[in-house]
Every structure is written in C-alpha cells, then in structure tokens.
Write a new protein. Structure first.
Length: 368
C-alpha cells in the first residue's frame, strides 16, 4: 500500500509532466493549504468552485485564476482539459461527473485527514514509518492502557489514515459526549477550552436536558473576537444561564501570547508568529479566581492541549474531572497527552473518533 507521501509525490510529478492547467476544487481552509503545498513544489494552481462560492474564492485568492465549475464546458470548448485537486472534506464524485469530459485527472486525496498540522510554508506534516519505528514502544504502551477494543480499533484506524490516507472506522457523532463514557449528573461545572462559536456549549446544555439534569456553571474560553461574538449570540439565543465567557487563551502560564486566525476560516490557534496579541491564563488560575470545582474539561485547541493540561495540574489532582481532549493536532499528542495524565494518576483512558476522517480523535480520561 502506498503511503500518503508517495501519493503526493505522484500528484506533483503528474502536474509537472503534463501540459494541463491544475485547479484546486474548494474555497476555504483546506483548499488554501493545498494550494500552498502545490506552489511550494513549483505548481501554480487556479481555483475552481461551484458558482455559489465563486465570489468567496476570488476574495480569498486575489492572485489566482478562479473559475466556476458550471463554466467548464465553455472554458474547455476547444478540447482543453484540466487537472482537479480536491481541496475540501466530504467530496462526492457526482459533483464533477457532469463535467468529466473537461477533466484530465482528479486527485481526491484526503489532505486534511492524512496530515497533521501545516506549518504555513506549504510543508505537510505526514506520519512516516520512521515515526512509527521510533515511537513503537510508546505506541505499544498506549495500546495496553486503553480500556476497550473500540479504543484500540480507533488507534489503528487513525494510524492507517495518517499513514496511507485510508480510513475505515465507524465514528460516534456525539463528539465529546460519548454516552458510554460520559454520564452527566446534577451540579456539573463544564469547562470548554476552545469554545469557538458555542457549538459545544450548546451541545452540553442539550445533553444535560436530555439527562434531566441541571448544571451549576459553564466556563467558555475563546480569545478570537469574531468567534466570541458568535458564542455570546448563541448563548443568548438558547437562553443559557450561568455561562461565563472568558476572552482569554488558555495556556501553561499567565501573561500574553500571540494568536492567529486562519485565513478563509474562523479557526484560531496560538502561534508564535500570530498577528494578534491576546491575554493568556491557566485553568488553575481561573478556577482559583472564580472559586469553582470543575467536573468536566473539554480541550480542542488546535495543538495547545498539552500546555493547557500542564497549566491545570492542581485542578486535575484536586478535582479529578472527566477530561475529553483532542489528540490529533500533533502526532506526538497521541503519546505525550496520555503519558502526562497517566503521571498524575487516577484515570482510565479511551479513544473515540468523531468524524468520517481521522481528524476528530479524542482521548477520554475517566476518573477511576
């Protein structure tokens, strides 16, 4: 089976070899990152989107040729054909089937699912055999501490996708709230690190109502102004009470930290080269300031999960909350995050995947 790196090399060589224009199909984050990768390898792609997204594509890509998929028959009326590289999740072949006579080749690789973080230069961070060999003992150790077969199956499926771009594992749609692992009760104090636009806050409130329980407090951390405005609007729309919106990034220490919101999306992350300076805090500091006793922590913060947990050591050792933490942003997160929590003691560990692709792999740390 070819690795994802080998498939990408095939893409680059094909686009260089044949005299056909290459277009990335997509308008947002994954498409833009795919374009950076191609440009780094000497291929200057255009952008093709459905007509409804054409204006957005032009705004995001002012220096690239942008065309509507529906215009391909006219553009290619002289017999020309183009290459298309899929730049979004959820692609379906029927989307381009009516235009197949205009297309030389389609590259439908799962860029987002098979890669980890992109560094902004066009380089992909791909899982390699060298990584698996170097960390084989740690992966074996992780496998032994996982508490059920479903967790071990999720681990194997994740590694398969990262390595080969192939995923074949059913997923649980109840992200962060796997009903076999998370049993909500009265008096919950829910801490949402990476509250985004409030989707998880709303889901938590929904699951609490479904369980006929009431919570005491929700702490929602969101440093990005646009996301925070959407978060507040959702809280008001859903008439949620006892929600504290905290306009800070969560980190391993207090102070200020640089933050970046990805172009073409509202996803933000802590980034040493980020364009915005935001206040940073720790969970230990905020728990002390607000005098609360957390029962449930959710962390999905684009790669900052381990530093946040390190800044929550006292909280974790004192209150032993249930923890659901993303472990897919860095390859090493799959190893270092369970190792850190294991060092604190008192937890059992499970893995669950919550998407069709291996881009929503979460570690569930459940108190014994």
């Amino acid at each position: 089976m070819r690795t994802f790196a080998e498939k990408l090399q095939e893409l680059v060589e094909y686009c260089r070899l044949y005299d056909q224009k290459t277009f990335v199909f997509g308008a947002r984050k994954t498409a833009m990152l795919t374009m950076r990768f191609l440009e780094k390898h000497g291929i200057v792609p255009g952008v093709v989107v459905n007509r409804a997204y054409l204006q957005e594509a032009k705004q995001n890509n002012p220096h690239h040729e942008c065309i509507a998929l529906e215009d391909l028959p006219q553009i290619c009326r002289g017999g020309e054909r183009i290459n298309i590289v899929i730049g979004f999740c959820g692609f379906r072949w029927e989307q381009i089937f009516p235009y197949r006579h205009c297309v030389a080749r389609v590259f439908a690789y799962d860029f987002l699912g098979a890669t980890c973080l992109w560094d902004g230069t066009g380089d992909l961070h791909l899982l390699t055999e060298d990584f698996l060999i170097a960390h084989g003992a740690e992966l074996d150790s992780l496998r032994t501490v996982l508490q059920d077969d479903l967790s071990r199956e999720a681990l194997d499926a994740y590694l398969m996708q990262r390595m080969y771009g192939h995923y074949a594992k059913p997923f649980d749609p109840d992200q962060y709230f796997d009903k076999a692992l998370i049993h909500l009760r009265d008096g919950e104090v829910f801490v949402d690190c990476g509250a985004f636009s409030g989707d998880t806050v709303e889901a938590f409130a929904h699951y609490m109502r479904e369980a006929f329980c009431s919570y005491d407090k929700i702490l929602a951390f969101e440093p990005a102004q646009e996301n925070r405005a959407a978060l507040v609007a959702r809280i008001q729309k859903e008439a949620l009470c006892d929600v504290e919106v905290i306009p800070k990034a969560v980190w391993s220490e207090c102070g200020e930290i640089r933050f970046e919101v990805d172009a073409g999306s509202t996803v933000g992350r802590i980034d040493t080269d980020g364009g915005t300076l935001v206040p940073a805090t720790t969970l230990d500091e905020e728990v002390f300031r607000l005098n609360v006793s957390p029962t449930f922590l959710k962390l999905d913060v684009e790669g900052a999960e381990l530093p946040i947990l390190q800044g929550a050591r006292h909280l974790i050792e004192t209150y032993h909350p249930r923890i659901v933490c993303a472990v897919y942003h860095h390859f090493t997160d799959l190893l270092t995050i369970p190792q850190y929590l294991q060092s604190l003691g008192g937890y059992e560990f499970y893995l669950r995947n919550h998407a069709e692709a291996a881009v929503e792999l979460d570690l569930y740390a459940i108190p014994r």
